[in-house]
Structures are given as structure tokens and as C-alpha cells.
Design a binder for this molecule. Sequence first.
Ligand code: V47
Length: 364
Amino acid sequence: MDAYIEQAGLGRILAKVREGERLSLEDGEQLYQHPNVLALGALANIVRERKNGNQAFFIYNQHINYSNICTNLCKFCAFGREKDHPLAYEMSVDDVKEKVRERLDEPISEIHMVGGIHPDLPFSYYIDILQGIKEVRPEVHIQAFTCVEIYHLAQLNGKSVEDTLDELMAAGLGSLPGGGAEVFSPRIRQVTCERKLSGEGWIEVAKAAHKKGLKTNATMLYGHIETVAERLEHLDALRKTQDETDGFLAFIPLAFHPKNTAMAEHANTTGINDLKNIAVSRLMLDNFPHVKAYWVMIGPKLAQVALSFGADDMDGTVKEEVITHMAGAETEQALGHKTLIRLIQEAGRQPVQRDTLYNVIETF
Ligand code: V47
């Protein structure tokens, strides 16, 4: 493999990767511009196997989107709605509890819960839905509320992000998902999501969570108007934050789905772009333990291939995914754990069912 990578003209970067030396933004630029995706994958696979061996993780999880009512109305999003829109919805605390109750017979270890920036639900609602989930399923790990939602909840609560996190943790919050990061560049945010918390704001909330011992994930929404330089600046900001806090668990590149959004003129991402983002992020984010190939976004078949291009995690069973499907995703809304195991085994990796914090539940 090394000879192949060298022949592709990537010998200098290969030497750095072998030495465990940090890649520069210029290296990242060279990787993104490189036409040979197999050589990029082979390079990323060195880091992937150094960190995670032959293991490929998945989780038994359930997604709950408590409301799509949102005041941010980002142009790339087909999920958020204004309050009076016919498709707007909001779940009561009992609705959320019922969603959890419906699947009590399944060995779900994590509930992944996010929603829009709702204009008038009170702070107590968020405490109540956390407590309600714990009442129905006390042992489950709740990974909920992006950094953008946490900032909004702190404003609702009239307290600091730190104090608000304490209250949410006491009610059952276990970790934060990685959404809302988009691309940190102010240019991109100005064009696509001008009302959203800034990139600096997102990072400040993540740091506050990490300082409390709350683990969080991070994402990047690629495949729209962002430049390669803006992607690399985003990765660099995450890498610097991780140097400081060591609180990120996984990075998840999110492929833009344009259908039903205000940016519907864009084409869907291609398989090569998807694999490049997995590979380059694995190489740049040298201090992130995990990179996910989120099958909902890139499809189970490409996610399987991505396990040899830097990714070591396929996310999970999910069930009832809404955000990407509103934007035209043609993937399934759920995968059975047997399917996940088969996808991983056929990719030549060892399936490992994990919990949210990557403790091993079962190896197959
Ligand atoms: O925050 C919105 C993005 C995110 C679109 O932390 C879109 O483990 C593509 O963050 N096309 C939600 N993406 C999903 C998310 C996530 C998913 C799975 C696992 C984890 C994790 C996090 O999806 C949003 C936004 O950044 N998004 N609209 C769209 N049209």
C-alpha cells in the first residue's frame, strides 16, 4: 500500500502520517484536490486502523425529533417550519414518552433527540422531556440538543450555558450530538443560516460541555457552497478545540441533501466527494477517536465502503429519521442490527455494538 500511495505522489504526506505528525492545512488542500481517491483512502486507513484496529462500531439507538418548529429557518434545511405552517408539529411530554414506550422491547441504549429552535416552549419543557424519557427507560443514555439548542435553552432559562447544562444533566442529559455546526465560516453562515448561533458560539458551548465532563460529537455539512479552504478551516477549529478539551467523541461529515430546501438548485453529493470527506477528515482530525459514516446520509452501501476510507462507525439503527428524509434522502429510515452486522462483516471489519461512550456491549 505504501508504494501505491507514493506512486500517487503522496509520499511526503505518507511519511508524516507514518510518523504521527500533524497535517497542515496545505496538506489538507493537497488531499482534497488529489484525484486518486483510492490513495486517499489507503492513507486514511492507516490512521483508522491505528486508532480502531479492525473494529467497526454501531449502536442500537432511537431518534426522536420533538418539534420541527424553528425560528432559524436555515436555507439548507427541509425539516424546520414556521409555527403556523400546516406541517409544523410539536410533541407533548406524553408524546415523547409514548415514542420511548413503543420500543421498550428493543435493546436500545441511546436516544438521540434534537429539534428546531422553538419560539415559545418554556425551559421546563426540555427538563420534562428528559425526565419523562428517564421515567420510561431509566437506563437509557440521552444524547440530546445540539450546541445551538443548548445556547437557546440557556437564554430561555435566563442563566449561563454552564448552569443550564448542570440543570439538563441533573434531568438526565448524557451527551450532546454534533449537529448545528454546519460550516463555521461566517461567509457560509451569512448566506445559509444567518439567524443561527455563530461558529465561535457553537465551539464555546461545546467547550463548556466538555469542561463539565459531557462528551459531544461534531459535524460538518458539506456539498453546497463551501470551498475546500472553508472545510479545512472548520476541521482546524475542531482540531484546536479537541487539543484543549479532549471532549469530542466522533466526527460526522454530513452530505448535503438539497431536495425541498431553499438551496434545491444544488446537486446531490457524489460518492467520490463523500469518500474524500471521510478520508480527509480522518487524516486532519488526528485527535478525534472516531469518524462516522452515517448511513442515513450516504446510504448503507457507501457507508460500508467508507469503513476502508477512514470511518470506523456506522452510527446505528436510528429508526424514523426525519431531518435528511425531509430533504429527499432515499435511504431507509431504520436499519435492523442484523443488517448493520452483515454490512460490517462483508466489509471485512469486526462489528462491535457500542454504547454512546464507546464502551463495548457486544462483539460479533
Ligand atoms: O444539525 C440539516 C444537518 C444535522 C440537512 O452526533 C442536513 O452522532 C444534510 O447532526 N442535508 C442533524 N444535512 C443530523 C446530525 C447527526 C446525525 C447523526 C448522528 C449525529 C451524531 C448527528 O443535519 C443538522 C444539520 O447540520 N442537516 N439539513 C440537509 N438538507
